[in-house]
Design a protein around this ligand. Structure first.
Ligand code: ADP
Length: 193
């Protein structure tokens, strides 16, 4: 079974939580660019420290830093049979970069899921997470910037994947288990045996 999947959705849609659940269910790794940047910054690496200049403002980290990081992660053996990308691609140039990495290996995406959640709900969730986890980018101005950038740069990717016939939309509102069930049902028709 091949399971090459992208999970899209605004900040606070619950992508991280659901990506881990889908990964366990389908036996493939989750690749979260946000987590990779945070881990790199926590380790004091140059890449992570540079990325933090952007993440702390809610901006996208430049493609020159992001694309190679993802390409390198996708080259690891555990991603050979599939992966769940959480937070990548986030703009049209990254769509092209990802296509190239996959094409070089004679593979392509099976499915892209867009989790829909209303902007008021994501703002509320992110403010709650700020208190719980203390993430530096979960403050109101930065959250607004992340949502604005999502709308401007990332949301248009849905059209691209619709035109390829691989986009599935899922309502992200509801209990965590309920949303997982919806995602699994949405993914199944696209996953080759
Ligand atoms: P959220 O989806 O809640 O914004 P993430 O953990 O996915 O959280 O991302 C945190 C930050 O990391 C983003 O605001 C952005 O600055 C940076 N980032 C993550 N993925 C990418 C990407 N594909 N391209 C550029 N920057 C990214």
């Amino acid at each position: 079974m091949s399971m090459r999947m992208v999970l899209m959705g605004p900040p606070g849609a619950g992508k991280g939580t659901q990506a881990l659940r889908l990964a366990a269910r389908f036996g493939v790794p989750t690749i979260s660019t946000g987590d990779l940047f945070r881990a790199s910054a926590a380790a004091g690496e140059a890449l992570g420290l540079k990325a933090a200049e952007y993440t702390s403002k809610g901006r996208l980290v430049p493609d020159e830093l992001t694309d190679p990081l993802v390409a390198e992660r996708l080259a690891q053996p555990d991603a050979a049979q599939g992966f769940i990308l959480d937070g990548y691609p986030r703009n049209l140039a990254q769509v092209d970069a990802l296509d190239e990495v996959l094409a070089a290996r004679d593979t392509e995406l099976d499915v892209v899921i867009e989790m829909d959640v209303a902007p008021e709900v994501v703002l509320e969730r992110l403010l709650a997470r700020a208190t719980a986890e203390g993430r530096a980018d979960d403050v109101v101005d930065v959250i607004r910037e992340r949502i604005a950038i999502y709308t401007r740069e990332t949301e248009p990717l849905a059209e691209v994947y619709v035109s390829r016939g691989i986009l599935a939309q899922v309502d992200g509102l509801g209990e965590v288990d309920e949303v997982t069930d919806r995602l699994v049902s949405a993914v199944e028709p696209f996953v080759a045996d």
